[in-house]
Structures are given as structure tokens and as C-alpha cells.
Design a protein around this ligand. Structure first.
Ligand SMILES: Nc1ncnc2c1ncn2[C@@H]1O[C@H](COP(=O)(O)OP(=O)(O)OP(=O)(O)O)[C@@H](O)[C@H]1O
Length: 744
């Protein structure tokens, strides 16, 4: 213990020193330097590196080092959240990043397959003090003992699983299990599906995989950012601290409803409307809605446009041909519009020319090319002509298209149209299910960013030219900078960068991180996307996400048994086929770390009542505490409040999971609970409905009126507790719950 404490002291001394250096170089960057381009360039490089390091050092301070491996050849490595090197000339690693290949045996080695290890040690620290050591002997022939042996090898894991919940998910970096490690480091580059029952660590694994990918492909992912999609904001705040605790901050967490920049979707759909909006058939309905905006004058009722050189007649034939030509380009609506406009202008100019320049005796037209050009200019300058074009082929916005569609849904079955029909009069009327529709509409109408792109490219070329100048200068100075032959080993900035990259650094107008820029850009292509509770997503939501991931680098996490969304699609094949055919990897997790076996047995019985073949994940522990039920005849809210008062832990969390209809009554009697609001998971007592409870966990759970839930919702509700479960009911109980211990 003393030796480990000395190591930890040395480690933190180094961390403090690094922090000081990092802070200084960030401060330096704020003061102008006058020592030439080379110095400035190298200083900037250092700042980029050091400020990242500073952020990581600040984030991982708690239990920075958590493990040690002793190899049979006598070498030992300490394992931690990030890698730290010594200040010596070799920059010897003192702490190995958990994601480095050297650290892998820490997670995978067993007595049967020791992977070169003699011993694995778990270090538990509080602040900077070592409080516990747990050793596992992996070389069975080795009889040296430390006195910290943990014969079962799972004391640290069980302590983590039994610890009081905080309302925020913690990382599992100290106790990642072998089956989880294989998924975290899986080298499949495309779509990786992680499936498993409740509590198998799917979310934890996905988040650690994000951290691993950021480590493995830092360069790419720092630029393109990682997106983590979750089912609701409460879930996203529940998982929000995991990646920062692993030193990773370049990640955007969002629900699908937050992925259309500029729209804050707060209104709520009926379940039926959400289901209709999520269906794949909406693609065609919206395409039709956009085509519907490409109008023609009625046959025989042309538009008459007053013009200085005589009235212009825009009839059905002219408009039809122009529309056909524009549609034949296969461009999105707004991008095809110039083609439509050009055809109309051309036809009207011809019309005018035929009228003005016609030879009354049937000879060729009097007008020459110059006259025609002049006439064309006149037509093109006419505001009335443009107004007519705008009438027939308006410039659209996605918001306009979807709002008009919802006001009068075209091309839908009557009952679907009735479910959708709703006025959208302002930004507060958008719902999360509208967001994939807006995204679809934005694709259908296109966005003409030609001018913006040209300006951005010109600015970029300017920066490249500047950066090239910087590099040329630094190359010119290399002879006297590195006169000493031995010094040629030292890399200068220009050895490892090119003008393109330097240009990126000098992109001074935009100091936002990649994640911040991604959040503001609908067309952003993320480096990797992780989707939690993926079984919840509708086909339309998948279309949106796939657009954000042209490389299809994705990790999808889900459990079909926990799905209740009406628009949710059953099988992965069906979801993924249109995007990657069968080129996805399917992985499974089979051990439940959250729910003790006493509770899991009850939950499994509920699911088996409908799906007799269902195989639940095996619980890693049992607590000896039996779940209970209590029948109530009077005021159920009052009874729940009494139980909650007795059960709410001082440390840890109690959740009351009840049907929405009871939330008002329950909120009135449960202290600190507000009905209808986003649940505050950091409070000791939380009120939720089963949908809100998805993905979350609590020490204790009371499920109220379970007879009102569908099977998958009930399954979710019953599998949220790490310690104890109770059921309170007035109405009838599902048969599978009748065997619970009766409480009074
Ligand atoms: N290797 C591990 N070490 C310590 N804790 C773990 C480990 N694996 C999972 N856990 C814990 O088990 C709990 C369940 O994990 P997680 O929420 O990731 O499961 P899940 O499969 O996403 O569950 P659900 O589908 O029910 O939402 C979490 O508290 C997590 O920290």
C-alpha cells in the first residue's frame, strides 16, 4: 500500500507539473509573439496539444490511476484514464492509457489465458489517497503473495455494482469485463450492433467505445466529431459525465429531435401522430407535397403578364415544358428552380420576338441575335415575370413545406391525414417527430449554397497561401536552426504539417470545436455516431441519422424486448438493409450487471408470459432481497408517499414509476417532485413514467399500477433497480407478478 501511495504521489506531482506547463502555454498563446513565423507556428502547435492535455488533466483528476499489471518478465505498468509520460529524455510512460494495446491484458487476462501477466491489481483511491488494493494471481505457479489477494477476482466489480447511485452514470473503466472489452475495441469500421438485455452494460460499452475510437482515430474524429444519440434529454444528462471523466469532450449528445439546427422541438404529438410521422411512407408523402408546389396554369386560363413590349402569355404548355425540363435535372426543388425559370424566360422571350419581329408576309423574323438578347434582358428584368415564376415554382423552406403539409396532409389515407392535421403557426409548435420530416424536406428542396461555398473556398485559398508562406519561411530558416547534426532528429513543425493543415489552424474566424460546429450544421458528416436505445427510432429518424453518417461508421445499441414505440422497427436487418445491406456486425452482451437475480426473475416472468422462449440475461449477483407487492384499496398516491418516505435512501436514489395519469396526484404528495417536468435525476426521489425510465437506473424502484403498462414498458420499469423493487396497485396485477412477496 505504501509503495502504491508513493507511486500515486509521484504521478500527481507529474500531473501538477504538466498542468502548470499546459496552463502556461495556453496563457502564452494569448500574448502576442514577435519572434517570427517559425516560433509562432511551433508555439501554436504546442498550444493545441497542451490545451487538449490541460482539459483532459482537469477532467480525469478523480481516480486517475486504477490498475496495475505485473508481467512475468518483471515489467509492471500502471493503468489509468489517460496516459502520462515522465519528464525524462525518453519521456518514459508512467501511466498507461487504458485504451493502449499494452493495457489490454488488464481486462482480458485469465488464469487460463494469462497473456503474459503474473498479477492484476485494482487500485482504489479517494482523491489522491490509495484506500484499497485487490490482487489477482494469474500465473498459478507463482507463490509470492502480497496480502491483498482477492480470491474470487470480483470484489471491485461487486463494490461498483452495489454502490449507491448518484443520478449520473459513472464510467466502468476500472472493471470492464472481457465480453465488453471485445466490443469496445471491435475493429469493425462500419455499423456495429450491440444487443443485450437490460443492465448488460450496452450504454456503458457504447460510451467507452466512443472514448476508444477517439483515442484510436484522434485525428479524424477530432475534426468530424462523434455524435451520441439518446432517446430523451433526461437520459442524455444521465450519461453526460461518462466521457468527460474519461478525458473526452469532443462529443455532441443529442436526441433526434435536436438535430435540425434552428428548431427547438418542444410540442408533443399524440402517439398515433408520432407513429404516422415516423413511417417510411412519409418520404413519398413529402416528395409529393414538394412536387405539388410545382404548379401549372389551368389549361385555357394562361397567366397574362403586363410587359412594356406587350403582354406576355404564360400558358399551360410553356409551363409544362419548363417544369418537365426542370424535373428532368433530378435536382432538388430549389436547385431545379433556375432551370424552370430559364425555360420560362426563354419561352416568353421567343413569344415576344415572334410577335414583334414577325414578317407580315411570312418571311423570316426581322430580329437579329442582338435584338433577341435585348428582348431577353427586358423579360428577365420584369418583376411581374419573376412573380409569376415564383407562383408556379416557389422558392421553398423546409419549415414551410412541412407546416403546409401538416395543415393539409396530401396523398395520405384519411385516418392518417386526420392524425397529422395540425396547424404549425410558430417555432413552439414543432414536435420531435417533425424533425426528421424537416430534414427530409430540406433534402427534397435542397439548399443553394453555391455563393457561400465559393466565398469559403476563396477564403481558404487565401489562408493556404498564407500558411504556405509560413512554411516556406520556416524551411528557409532550417539551416541555421538545426546546425548541429544530432539536432536533425528533432522534428520541426514543417516536417509534420502541410499547408492545408496549417490553413486549418489559421481559420481564425471559427474557434468553435468540431462538436459545436456540427451542432449548427444540418449537413455535417460525423466521424462516428452512437445510437442508444436504437430500437426506439422510426424509419424517418434512421434516414436523418444515416445522412449524418455518410461513412456508416456507427455503433447501434438496443434491446428489442424493451421496445414499445409504435413506429419502432423490429429487426436490425430490416432497419439496416436499405443503408448497408447485410454488411453490419452483430454483437451480444449476456450478463446483467444492474438487476439482482431476485428482481430479474420477476421481470423475465413478465416477458415470458407473452414470449415463452425469451432468454433473459443472467444476473451477476443476488442480494437475497425479494421483490414485494402491496394491494391498496384507498388513495394509492398517499400510500406510495408513505412508502417513499420510509424507503428514500440518504445515499442513492428511489424511483417511483407510475402511469402518466397518476403523476398529478403523486406529485402533490411526493416531496420535491414536479409533475410534467423533465425529471431531475440527481434528486433522491424521482417520479417517472416507464418511457422516461428507459436506460436509467436507481437503487430502489416502486412500480405503481403495473396492470396499466404494456408488456415491454413493464419490463423496462421492473429492470431499473440495483437493490430493491416493490409494486403498489389498486387495479389487477399481471399474473406474472402474483407470486411476489405480499407486503402490508
Ligand atoms: N463492467 C462493469 N463494471 C461496473 N459496472 C458495470 C459494468 N458493466 C455494466 N455496469 C453497470 O451496470 C449498469 C447497467 O449498465 P447500462 O446502463 O450500460 O446497461 P444497458 O444494457 O444499457 O441497460 P438498459 O438496456 O436496461 O438500459 C450501469 O450502472 C453500469 O455502470
Amino acid at each position: 500500500m505504501q509503495k502504491e501511495q508513493e507511486f500515486i504521489d509521484r504521478l500527481y506531482a507529474r500531473v501538477d507539473a504538466l498542468r502548470g506547463v499546459a496552463a502556461d502555454s495556453v496563457t502564452d498563446a494569448l500574448t502576442p509573439v514577435g519572434t517570427g513565423q517559425q516560433a509562432r507556428l511551433e508555439r501554436d502547435l504546442l498550444v493545441v496539444e497542451r490545451s487538449g492535455l490541460l482539459a483532459a488533466l482537469n477532467a480525469v483528476d478523480g481516480s486517475l490511476c486504477f490498475g496495475r499489471i505485473d508481467l512475468t518478465d518483471g515489467v509492471t505498468h500502471h493503468i489509468g484514464r489517460i496516459g502520462i509520460r515522465d519528464d525524462d529524455t525518453e519521456h518514459t510512460p508512467i501511466l498507461i492509457d487504458w485504451r493502449a494495446p499494452v493495457a489490454r491484458p488488464f481486462y482480458l487476462a485469465t488464469g487460463h489465458l494469462p497473456m503474459g501477466l503474473r498479477r492484476r491489481r485494482h487500485l482504489t483511491t479517494e482523491g489522491r489517497t490509495v484506500t484499497e488494493l485487490h490482487d489477482e494471481i494469474l500465473d498459478l505457479g507463482d507463490d509470492e503473495r502480497t496480502g491483498f489477494e482477492d480470491p474470487s477476482g470480483d470484489a471491485v466489480l461487486l463494490a461498483a455494482l452495489n454502490s449507491a447511485r448518484t443520478g449520473r452514470m459513472g464510467d466502468i473503466v476500472q472493471t470492464i469485463q472481457a465480453e465488453q472489452d471485445r466490443i469496445i475495441r471491435h475493429d469493425h469500421r462500419g455499423v456495429l450492433v450491440v444487443e443485450g438485455g437490460p443492465g448488460t452494460g450496452k450504454t456503458a460499452v457504447a460510451l467507452h467505445r466512443a472514448a476508444f475510437l477517439l483515442y484510436e482515430h484522434r485525428e479524424l474524429l477530432a475534426k468530424r466529431a462523434v455524435l451520441i444519440v439518446g432517446p430523451n434529454p433526461a437520459f442524455l444528462s444521465y450519461i453526460s459525465e461518462v466521457l468527460p471523466a474519461l478525458g473526452e469532450t469532443g462529443v455532441l449528445l443529442a436526441t433526434v429531435g435536436e438535430l435540425y439546427p434552428g428548431v427547438h422541438a418542444t410540442a408533443v404529438d399524440t402517439p398515433r401522430a408520432a407513429a404516422v410521422k415516423g413511417a417510411a411512407s412519409m418520404t413519398e408523402a413529402l416528395a409529393l407535397a414538394v412536387r405539388d408546389r410545382q404548379q401549372l396554369p389551368e389549361p385555357g386560363a394562361p397567366l397574362i403578364i403586363r410587359h412594356d413590349d406587350g403582354d406576355l402569355i404564360l400558358d399551360w404548355e410553356i409551363a409544362y415544358e419548363a417544369r418537365q425540363a426542370a424535373r428532368d435535372t433530378l435536382l432538388p426543388h430549389n436547385l431545379a428552380r433556375p432551370h424552370f425559370a430559364f425555360r420560362i424566360l426563354d419561352a416568353l422571350t421567343q413569344q415576344l420576338a415572334e410577335r414583334i419581329g414577325a414578317d407580315p408576309y411570312g418571311g423570316p423574323n426581322f430580329l437579329g441575335p442582338d435584338d433577341l438578347a435585348q428582348l431577353g434582358k427586358g423579360v428577365a428584368a420584369s418583376a411581374d415575370v419573376h412573380a409569376a415564376i415564383e407562383d408556379l415554382w416557389p422558392t421553398l423552406t423546409a419549415e414551410r413545406v412541412v407546416a403546409d403539409f401538416l395543415a393539409e396532409p396530401v396523398g395520405m389515407a384519411d385516418e392518417d391525414a386526420a392524425a397529422l392535421r395540425r396547424p404549425v403557426t410558430g417555432p413552439a409548435d414543432w414536435t420531435p417527430a417533425d424533425v426528421p420530416l424537416l430534414d427530409e424536406a430540406a433534402e427534397l428542396i435542397g439548399y443553394d449554397d453555391a455563393a457561400e461555398r465559393a466565398a469559403a473556398e476563396a477564403a481558404r485559398q487565401e489562408r493556404i497561401a498564407y500558411a504556405q508562406g509560413v512554411l516556406d519561411l520556416s524551411r528557409g530558416s532550417e539551416t541555421y536552426e538545426f546546425e548541429d547534426e544530432d539536432e536533425s532528429e528533432v522534428l520541426a513543425a514543417h516536417d509534420i504539417v502541410d499547408a492545408d493543415r496549417v490553413a486549418d489552424w489559421y481559420e481564425e474566424e471559427d474557434h468553435r470545436s468540431a462538436a459545436e460546429r456540427a451542432a449548427a450544421d444540418r449537413t455535417w458528416a460525423f466521424g462516428h455516431i452512437i445510437v442508444d436505445e436504437a430500437q426506439e427510432l422510426s424509419p424517418m429518424a434512421w434516414r436523418l441519422l444515416m445522412r449524418r453518417s455518410p461513412t456508416r461508421s456507427m455503433t447501434l445499441v438496443g434491446d428489442p424486448a424493451q421496445t414499445a414505440e409504435e413506429a419502432g422497427v423490429g429487426a436490425w436487418d430490416k432497419i439496416l438493409q436499405p443503408y448497408v445491406e447485410d454488411r453490419f456486425e452483430h454483437t451480444r452482451l449476456g450478463v446483467n450487471y444492474r438487476t439482482p437475480s431476485e428482481i430479474m426473475d420477476v421481470a423475465a416472468a413478465v416477458l415470458r408470459a407473452e414470449h415463452p422462449d425469451y432468454e433473459p440475461p443472467a444476473s451477476v449477483r443476488s442480494t437475497g432481497v425479494r421483490p414485494w407487492r402491496r394491494a391498496v384499496t384507498g388513495d394509492v398516491a398517499q400510500v406510495v408517499a408513505e412508502i417513499a418516505a420510509a424507503e428514500t435512501p440518504e445515499e442513492g436514489r428511489l424511483a417511483v414509476i407510475a402511469p402518466r395519469a397518476l403523476h398529478g396526484a403523486l406529485a402533490a404528495v411526493l416531496p420535491g417532485v414536479v409533475a410534467g417536468a423533465e425529471p431531475d435525476l440527481t434528486r433522491h426521489l424521482v417520479l417517472l413514467d416507464p418511457r422516461q425510465a428507459k436506460g436509467l437506473e436507481f437503487d430502489r424502484v416502486i412500480v405503481v399500477e403495473p396492470g396499466e403498462f404494456g408488456v415491454s414498458d413493464l419490463y423496462v420499469a421492473l429492470t431499473r433497480a440495483t437493490q430493491s423493487l416493490g409494486v403498489v396497485h389498486v387495479g389487477e396485477l399481471p399474473v406474472a407478478l402474483l407470486g411476489l412477496a405480499v407486503a402490508d
